[in-house]
Design a protein around this ligand. Structure first.
Ligand code: NAP
Length: 454
């Protein structure tokens, strides 16, 4: 894929970038290694000062940055502004909490005293996706930089301006040259960079295929890897829930980010006693969504980020339709410039259909009728993914049973799944391994050092 900004709302190529050549990649790796040696010695107070300055800059430049996000990948301008603000919050959060999260821990020993220290690893490569082009990077970078690591970013090829804007902002915040650098390289270059001795670890957020390839490279090089991959999150609605609210949030959870979120609810599992009411309300709300120009404040759903992504969603829906799924609304692209797809609800979905087996990265909801709570849990777990899950219930006993039975990295009750700095984020099964955010995330890229004193 060429490294370029192609506006999804118009299909126009706005800017193209030459990839870094071997000499430039080498220079950046050398700079990262040199920076890592000094930066690991900085105090938490100094790092926090830089992180807070980064937050101030993000907030001060919020509309400019948000416009870049919308232009590169088509999220609504309102959503883009929210994303930039969330990044500022994360820098402030880790500025405040990193030191406590990584404080030396005392360990009781029979003979002598023990301690566990968390020390920075050094240069960490981050391979990132386009769907939350700033947040995905900051959710890696804010904790990693606060832990004393330095970052190398290989961003998705369609969001180069976002990557470069963050590199520039962090330099202006005062992070030393080499603490956070962009590598403008194709995905084919990633394995070689992972293998480089100066790179200590790698994190990838993206598709299963990319995850496999990066995990393989990391395995060959015996390096730590964290993988945040796709999801097909269930959204379970049981009759004891606030049904009107569940239906309204269901729609928001599906179409957030124009339907392109790993933790978007994708499969809606509704108890038969409230199925007609909930699904009816969902279809009505999906049909009423304003689809259009992401810069227009009235727009609720913008275009998909790439033509290929839009075509993939269309093919998945056609596959379901051809096998007997019922299209309750939507079911086709919009005929206009840009890569728009109508908000869609599919019923009668069965195992074997692509929309059941695969992640659907667009505004397409699949609805399932569950016979009872146990059946709802069975359907929810009937997937190779295990990222998030949302359950709607007003019954505490039912809640405890469902939360315990779901095979997912995150379960949200009476709320849509979201990422937040204080909660560990990540999945089980084919959704990946390792965690981002919270104490679990910041320690992923720390060497654990055991100390014994006698
Ligand atoms: P993608 O095609 O896998 O790309 C993600 C990143 O990996 C890009 O930087 C891409 O570079 C690179 N890449 C692709 N193939 C690679 C390979 N073989 N070796 C090394 N790097 C490779 O995914 P996407 O389309 O950008 O993002 C959508 C996917 O990300 C969805 O599956 C979504 O669920 C997942 N996601 C997961 C999370 C999570 O936290 N679990 C969060 C957001 C998104 P190029 O652009 O140059 O190909």
């Amino acid at each position: 894929m060429p490294i370029a900004t192609v506006n999804p709302a118009t299909g126009r190529t706005e800017r193209t970038f030459e990839p870094h050549d071997d000499a430039e990649v080498e220079a950046r790796l050398a700079r990262a290694a040199a920076a890592a040696a000094d930066y690991r010695l900085t105090s938490f107070e100094e790092r926090a000062r830089l992180a807070v300055t980064a937050a101030d800059l993000l907030e001060g430049e919020l509309p400019v940055l948000a416009r870049i996000l919308t232009t590169e990948m088509g999220k609504t301008f309102a959503a883009a502004k929210g994303e930039v603000a969330k990044c500022a919050t994360a820098f402030r959060y880790y500025a405040e909490h990193a030191q406590a999260m990584l404080a030396e821990e005392a360990v009781a020993l029979d003979n002598g005293t023990g301690a566990v220290r968390y020390e920075p690893m050094g240069p960490v490569l981050a391979v990132m996706p386009w769907n939350f082009p700033l947040w995905q990077v900051v959710r890696f970078a804010a904790p990693a930089l606060m832990a004393g690591n330095v970052g190398l970013l290989k961003h998705a090829s369609n969001v180069p301006q976002t990557a470069l804007a963050l590199e520039d902002l962090l330099l202006r915040a005062g992070f030393p040259p080499g603490a956070f650098q962009v590598l403008l390289v194709p995905s084919a270059a990633v394995a070689g960079i992972v293998a480089d001795d100066r790179v200590r670890a790698v994190t990838l957020t993206g598709s299963e295929a990319a995850g496999r390839s990066v995990a393989e490279a990391a395995g060959r090089a015996l390096k730590k890897s964290v993988l945040e991959l796709g999801g097909s999150d269930p959204f379970i609605v049981l009759p004891s829930a606030d049904l009107a609210r569940a239906a309204a949030v269901a729609v928001e959870a599906r179409v957030q980010n124009n339907g392109q979120s790993c933790i978007a609810a994708k499969r809606f599992v509704v108890h038969r006693d409230c199925y007609d009411e909930v699904v009816g309300a969902m279809v009505k709300a999906m049909e009423a969504l304003a689809v259009g120009d992401p810069m227009d404040p009235a727009t609720e759903v913008g275009p998909l980020a790439t033509a290929a992504g839009r075509d993939e969603v269309a093919a998945q829906v056609e596959d379901a339709r051809s096998q007997g799924a019922e299209v309750l609304c939507g079911g086709s692209p919009l005929t206009r410039d840009g890569w728009y797809y109508r908000p869609t609800v599919l019923a009668g979905v069965r195992p074997g259909m692509r929309v059941h087996e695969e992640e659907v990265f667009g505004p397409v909801a699949t609805v399932y009728r569950a016979e009872d709570t146990a059946d709802a849990i069975r359907i929810a777990n009937d997937t190779g993914f295990g990222l998030g899950a949302s359950v709607w219930t007003g019954d505490p006993g039912e809640e405890a049973a469902v939360v315990g039975a779901l095979r997912a990295g995150m379960v949200f009750v009476n709320a849509m799944v979201a990422s937040m700095p204080a909660l560990p984020f990540g999945g089980v099964k084919r959704s990946g391994y390792g965690r981002e955010l919270a104490v679990h995330g910041i320690r992923e890229f720390c060497d654990v050092k055991a100390v014994r004193r006698v």
